[in-house]
Design a protein around this ligand. Sequence first.
Ligand code: ADP
Ligand code: MG
Length: 343
Amino acid sequence: KTKKMSSIIQLLPDHVANQIAAGEVVQRPASVVKELLENAVDAKATDIKLVLKDAGKSLVQVIDNGIGMNVTDARLCFERHATSKIRQAEDLFSLHTKGFRGEALASIAAIAHVEMKTRQEQEELGNHIVIEGSKFVSQEPAVLPKGTSFSVKNLFYNIPARRNFLKSDTVELRHVIDEFQRVALAHPNIYFTMYHNGSEAFNLPNSNVRQRIVNIFSGKTNEKLVPIQEETDILSIQGFVGKPEFAKKNKGEQFFFVNDRYIKSGYLHHAVMSAYEGLLPAGSQPSYFIYLQVPPHTIDINIHPTKTEIKFDDEQALYAILRATIKHSLGQFNVAPVLDFDR
Ligand code: ADP
Ligand code: MG
């Protein structure tokens, strides 16, 4: 005779589920920086400030002047799968925001001390919320500027293993700066500033792509850039590639943006490299800042939680068009070096 066993499966409590999800979304301070900056962009901010202490280990704060949240949303935003950006799965095919998974804030609040202040323009008072390890500590009305400020303190305070796994401040700051630059390059029309341990690290007034690149990577970059431009049915290309003679032995500054989102693509990188064929000294790499716009339904950005890898419908066509466009611009530059381009 077999005895019936009692069932052993349980639904995880939210704070446990959030902490597990956080493992995927939040690897280090730079991940928090990316999520908060992207939320500020999605909130239509025109001015975004990033404030850090100890490379973000002690504090990551993002202050924006965007649309803010009302009292209900201010609380809801910390729930898992809570998002204002999509309503149904089909919306993924017409996405115009950075976010859509509704998991960043829930994840971050599960593994840090979070303080949020937010006010919508039409409201007299805003909301001040404190939440620690997924538990609401307080929520109060407050006199606040328009927009939202998120302070994320003591990342991984409740997961010592993750906390100890963080690298030196120098290394973590490098990752933070990488994320900051990617978002700042993707949105040259937004004013970005960054402060670390009380001093200003970047001050990037709103401008165009060329000026944004120069503001980030120094004035000397300007003369090294060749503009690229192409417009087809399935794709528009804008941006700059580096003149071959400025190629570097180490990896140059290499950026792809697709629909205003920084992405990594070994395949498209190969297309760029093949356009430079015969122009580069062996083993050196060009810099490039390439902005692609494609119809949202022709890409899938939901293949990875951080959304830095995406899938294109027609990869081979993009490869061919990109390669030809860069080849053409590099060739043209040899004849007529001065071309201007404003995004
Ligand atoms: P997602 O960005 O994928 O929607 P998040 O967890 O990052 O998920 O944010 C949840 C929701 O909180 C967003 O959909 C948005 O409505 C709101 N939100 C987050 N950050 C801001 C902000 N800086 N300003 C206004 N609303 C915000
Ligand atoms: Mg988000």
